[in-house]
Ligand binder design. Structure first.
Ligand SMILES: [Zn+2]
Length: 652
């Protein structure tokens, strides 16, 4: 109930927002960017290590010294961990071979280690104890590889900037870490020493800035929420820092922006919708997940954006990108995809949340445009599923058309199927489920909550719309008789014919007559599905899914069938017949044909009322039991009765 009230309030206040121009191609830029980041990381590590989750990292302190413009890092990584399983005397961390460890200590005492194949083996000599906290210190330095995980260069203004972007496998390129989708770091500290003219942005809260000699400053950032390794990040540049306290319904919240000095005015102008966006997401999905700390942006110099936990890195501050990365704080950061195959749980939600801002915060035109453009892009090719069949195909994995856009429309359709109240409750339940809240979720976890909130035929829905390729092409045919009946027939073909899937969906149909405007829903389970309604007033127009709830081919159409008296001609072909009689119609006809077969003596041999479909153009009657000979067939339709002769031969 609280949700509904909130939504009404938002819709009401949205009416005062003026028309605005949006760049709806942001999603493609984001997808392209994220793909590049992933690809370079993947290529740099041919063998992705998937190892057993036998130890739990509870705390890490990254204490490093860097300088923008110089591709070099040195420092100390302190890792606290517990062993989860017995029988191990070695801990394996991910660490690029170009980073050289100069010292390793456990509880202050030196331990042996080896490096190779981008792995760091810490050898303790004796078996570690289960559930005891260990503290490992690693001193290291090196030149991080040019994979974009650690980029120290200049921005478009020629100013030095240094930033990290580790998704998915790049963290090891700049620090020894445990890089997987199984373990989150509960407590993180980033201590970054830089020349005094720079500022450092990172995860969590800035605790202190202190001089450390040589005209250098040490920035200490602390983050005390679970964080997956690929979201740990920092950025360094000569930033302008803009701090703001947002007054939100959930309470005040710090919002901080690290912006290039040249871009400050434009960035702040672009961020004017930010507060409303945050307010909307908090209403729909619950309080911002890292509320005890803050949210912020740090500008960086490549591609689009990256949803680093509590501090998204942004190429600019345009609304679509801002909304996408903010949504990731719930979808991707608090609840992280449990495998890369579940990447849509991050990206489809972030894409749809961008769409939701147009629905709830802006005028109807912006929302219609978003849906229209999204459908255009998805249907620009006939095949493709949201499901990622192969995560080694990086282009497919980060497909803006499928993992981002088609997934976002699947969510939009689920919202229609379930209604706003149940849909948003299911999403909130999914986010808040303690099984994966601040942890990792799989697609099955989302499906479970959709079903638990009354989702109808959810497995069938996922089979058709998530796993299968393509989309439906609809044709809605309608005809109103002068006897006050409205006939509707909904046909469906598929864009990707090789899969043979039928897209089950509840399809809204709008019917407008002189006095009423009615929307009814056809639970579409087969092509040619027909509905006959009593409808006295002349129907002026019929629309198929006018509000674009369904992903469908743009060639989908509505056809009004016109009938004139006596225009349908019937024919039996072939004639003579054998075991089957084929009755052909010159045009599609209205349902309910009275059919009878008489022998030469005038005896009724067969009589049946047959319901045909409007699209149907022939009818087959089993005549295997008829004796050989001559017969008459009468067919009575809506207007007239027709008599035809035929001969039965052989077959008996
Ligand atoms: Zn994204």
């Amino acid at each position: 109930m609280r949700l509904i009230t909130a939504l009404i309030l938002v819709i009401f206040s949205a009416s005062v927002v003026l028309a605005q121009e949006f760049d709806f191609t942001t999603t493609e830029q984001i997808a392209e960017f994220e793909k590049k980041a992933y690809k370079s990381a993947l290529e740099s590590q041919l063998n992705t290590l998937i190892y057993r989750n036998y130890f739990d990292v509870t705390k890490q302190i990254i204490d490093i010294e860097v300088e923008p413009g110089i591709q070099f890092i040195e420092g100390t990584i302190t890792t606290e961990f517990n062993l989860l399983e017995s029988g191990y005397s070695t801990i394996v961390l991910n660490c690029h071979d170009s980073l050289r460890i100069s010292e390793a200590k456990i509880e202050g005492a030196p331990v042996n280690y080896t490096q190779g194949e981008d792995l760091l083996n810490i050898k303790f000599g004796t078996e570690l104890e289960v559930n005891k906290k260990y503290r490992l210190e690693l001193k290291y330095e090196g030149i991080p590889p040019e994979t974009r995980a650690f980029s120290s260069d200049t921005n478009s203004y020629g100013d030095s900037v240094l930033w990290t972007l580790s998704e998915p496998y790049g963290a090891k390129d700049w620090w020894p870490c445990k890089q997987d989708l199984q373990d989150k770091i509960e407590d993180l500290e980033l201590r970054v020493t830089v020349p005094a003219k720079y500022k450092v942005a990172a995860n969590g809260l800035l605790e202190s800035v202190a001089p450390v000699g040589n005209s250098k400053l040490k920035y200490i950032w602390k983050h005390q929420y679970p964080i997956v390794t690929y979201l740990v990040a920092f950025a360094v540049s000569d930033y302008v820092v803009v701090n703001e306290v947002l007054q939100l319904e959930e309470g005040p919240m710090n919002f901080v922006n690290y912006i290039y000095p040249q871009d400050t005015a434009e960035a702040l102008a672009d961020l004017k919708e930010f507060k409303n966006t945050m307010q909307l997401f908090e209403k729909l999905f619950g309080p911002y997940p890292f509320r005890k700390e803050q949210y912020g942006h740090a500008q960086f110099s490549w591609g689009g954006g990256m949803e680093h936990q509590t501090m998204s890195f942004m190429v600019n501050f345009k609304h679509g990108l801002v909304a996408h990365e903010l949504a990731h704080q719930w979808f991707g950061d608090m609840v992280t995809c449990g495998t890369w195959k579940d990447l849509w749980l991050n990206e489809s939600f972030a894409t749809y949340c961008d769409g939701l801002t147009y629905d709830f915060l802006f005028n109807e035109g912006a929302w219609e445009n978003w849906k229209n453009i999204t459908i255009d892009l998805i249907t620009s090719a006939p095949g493709g599923s949201v499901n990622i069949p192969d995560t080694s195909d990086v282009d497919r994995m980060f497909s803006g058309r499928l993992t981002y856009r088609k997934g976002s429309y699947v969510l939009h359709m689920l919202r229609y199927k379930m209604g706003d109240t149940a849909f948003f409750k299911a999403i909130r339940d999914y986010l808040e489920d303690e099984k994966h809240n601040y942890g990792f979720a799989r697609t099955e976890d989302l499906i479970w909550h959709l079903k638990a909130n009354g989702g109808y035929k959810i497995d069938e829905f996922f089979n058709d719309w998530f796993y299968a390729q393509g989309f439906p092409i609809y044709e809605l045919q309608w005809h109103q008789t002068d006897k006050g009946k409205l006939h509707l027939v909904l046909n469906q073909e598929q864009s990707y014919i090789w899969e043979g899937v039928f897209f089950d969906m509840e399809v809204p149909i709008q019917i407008v007559d002189d006095a009423t405007d009615t929307t009814l829903v056809i639970d579409h389970t087969e092509s040619g599905q027909e509905i006959i309604l009593d409808w006295e007033l002349p129907v002026r127009a019929v629309f198929l899914d006018p509000k674009r709830w369904i992903l469908k081919c743009k060639e989908s159409k509505v056809t009004q069938l016109d009938y004139e008296i006596d225009e349908v001609a019937y024919k039996i072909a072939p004639n003579p017949i054998q075991n089957e009689l084929n009755l052909l119609f010159s045009k599609p006809i209205l349902p309910e044909l009275d059919i009878a077969i008489y022998d030469l003596m005038g005896n009724v041999i067969f009589q049946e009322k047959i319901n045909t479909r409007i699209s149907q153009k022939q009818l087959t009657i089993d005549t295997s039991t008829l004796l050989n000979g001559a017969y008459a067939l009468t067919v009575k339709d809506y207007w007239k009765k027709t008599s035809l002769k035929f001969i039965k031969v052989k077959g008996n």
